[in-house]
Write a protein that binds this ligand. Structure first.
Ligand SMILES: [Zn+2]
Length: 233
C-alpha cells in the first residue's frame, strides 16, 4: 500500500488520466493537467485509492469505514460506484463465447435453502455460461423458460459452439473445480458475507463476482485502478 501511494500519480507528478507529467498546481492545491484540462485533488485521489484497496482485498464496507475512519455511507457509495464501473467493464469485455461451453442456472439469496419449487420464490435466478478453462458470463433472468435461455445463448455465444447443460449430479461433482459449479461456489461464498443486499443492487454484486472470477489468476489491483479510479477502460 505504501508503495502504491508513493507512486508518481499520488505525488502529483504524473497525470492520473493521461500519465503526462505536464501538470500545474492550482491555488486550491488541486492538480490540473495541461493536456485535458482536468482538475483533481490529490487528497481525494488518495482517499479513493485507499477505499479501492480495501475493496480489492474484499473487506466489507463497514470494516473499511472503521479502518479508514470514514463514514460508512461514503464507503458504501464508493463500493457501489466501483461495482457499477466493473459491470460496465464486464459488458464491454463480454465477447461472444465459443468452443465447448457449459451452461447452468443457479438460485441466489432468499431465506430458504433448496433449489426449484417453494424455496425459489425469494431467490434470484442466475443463468451462467462458462467457456472451458475460461470466462464465465452471467445474467439474472426472470425464469428459466427455454425461450429466455435460448435467447441468452444466441446473444452470447458463437454459432457452432458445443453446449453442455449437465444436470447429472455425478458429472457435476466431477467438474466441480473447473466447471460452472466452481463459479457458483466462488460467488455464493462471497454473497454469503453480505446481509440483505438491496434487490436493485444485486446485478452489480453479481458482476463483481463475475469479474473477480474471470480475473482470478491475475493481480487485479492495477486493473481495478484503471477501471474504477482512472476510468480508462
Ligand atoms: Zn492528463
Amino acid at each position: 500500500m505504501k508503495k502504491i501511494l508513493s507512486d508518481r500519480y499520488f505525488l502529483g507528478r504524473k497525470c492520473i488520466y493521461c500519465s503526462s507529467n505536464k501538470l500545474y498546481r492550482l491555488k486550491d492545491k488541486r492538480i490540473k493537467c495541461k493536456q485535458y484540462e482536468k482538475k483533481y485533488s490529490l487528497t481525494q485521489l488518495k482517499k479513493e485509492m485507499l477505499i479501492l484497496y480495501y475493496f480489492y482485498l474484499e473487506l466489507s464496507a463497514s470494516k473499511t469505514a472503521d479502518e479508514l475512519d470514514i463514514d460508512y455511507g461514503v464507503v458504501h457509495r464508493k463500493f457501489m460506484q466501483f461495482r457499477k464501473r466493473i459491470a460496465e467493464y464486464c459488458n464491454q469485455e463480454a465477447k461472444k463465447l465459443n468452443g465447448e461451453l457449459e451452461i447452468d442456472e443457479s438460485y441466489f439469496g432468499g431465506r430458504r435453502k433448496g433449489n426449484r419449487g417453494r424455496g425459489a420464490k425469494n431467490k434470484t435466478i442466475v443463468f451462467g455460461i462458462l467457456e472451458r478453462k475460461g470466462k464465465v458470463h452471467t445474467k439474472i433472468v426472470e425464469n428459466v423458460s427455454a425461450e429466455i435461455l435460448m435467447n441468452e445463448i444466441k446473444n452470447k455465444t458463437e454459432k457452432g459452439s458445443v453446449i453442455r447443460h449437465d444436470k447429472d449430479e455425478f458429472a457435476k461433482a466431477k467438474n466441480h473445480i473447473n466447471g460452472i459449479e466452481g463459479f457458483w461456489s466462488f460467488a455464493k461464498e462471497r454473497f454469503y458475507k453480505y446481509h440483505g443486499i438491496n434487490k436493485n443492487n444485486y446485478p452489480f454484486y453479481l458482476k463483481e463476482m463475475e469479474f473477480r472470477f474471470n480475473h482470478r489468476n491475475e493481480n487485479v489491483f492495477n486493473l481495478l485502478f484503471d477501471i474504477c479510479v482512472r476510468g480508462l477502460v
